[in-house]
Design a protein around this ligand. Structure first.
Ligand code: ATP
Ligand code: MG
Length: 138
């Protein structure tokens, strides 16, 4: 397990960008953490390493899933009440086609996971301080 700290949103974005480089072969990233812990902020930095404008990364709360070409799929399963085969299928197809997937609130899907993935647990330490615990799962 790796532990990293951030003291502001831009350092969270930088951290995400460097993790993308460090774990380039991992194409499924699960982001855990309370409301406002920084999952979407992390995703913005992560996306910028794919040359996706961070301004285009929004909470996909109402759509659950947003795709950025064939490169990145950003899912937010917060509103999902139960495991949804259609959404799982979309995620798996996107991975099969070589894309990278970032999931906020992934608790519902984690039991069915077959793919290797990275889990990132974000905790809020104070108003601007966050801790990231990163674990690799093969
Ligand atoms: N070090 C930090 N890293 C990330 N965000 C921070 C940090 N310090 C303060 N913040 C603020 O915390 C909030 C994080 O919001 P963000 O939307 O990224 O959270 P989230 O985990 O995606 O929440 P949700 O569960 O609602 O989707 C933003 O308002 C951001 O400015
Ligand atoms: Mg979010």
């Amino acid at each position: 397990m790796k532990v990293l700290k951030s003291q502001n949103p831009s350092s969270t974005k930088k951290l995400a960008k460097s993790l993308r480089k460090a774990y380039e072969s991992h194409r499924l990233i699960l982001l855990y953490g309370d409301l406002g812990s920084g999952k979407t902020t992390f995703t913005k930095g992560f996306a910028s390493s794919f040359d996706i404008d961070e301004k285009d990364i929004k909470s996909p709360t109402y759509t659950l899933i947003r795709r950025y070409g064939k490169k990145l799929l950003h899912a937010d399963l917060y509103r999902l009440q139960e495991l949804d085969e259609i959404i799982l299928n979309e995620i798996e197809t996107f991975l099969d086609e070589g894309g990278t997937v970032v999931v906020e609130w992934p608790e519902l899907m984690e039991k069915t996971l077959k793919q290797p993935h990275i889990k990132i647990h974000i905790s809020t330490k104070s108003k601007n301080s966050r801790e990231f615990k990163i674990t690799e799962h093969k």
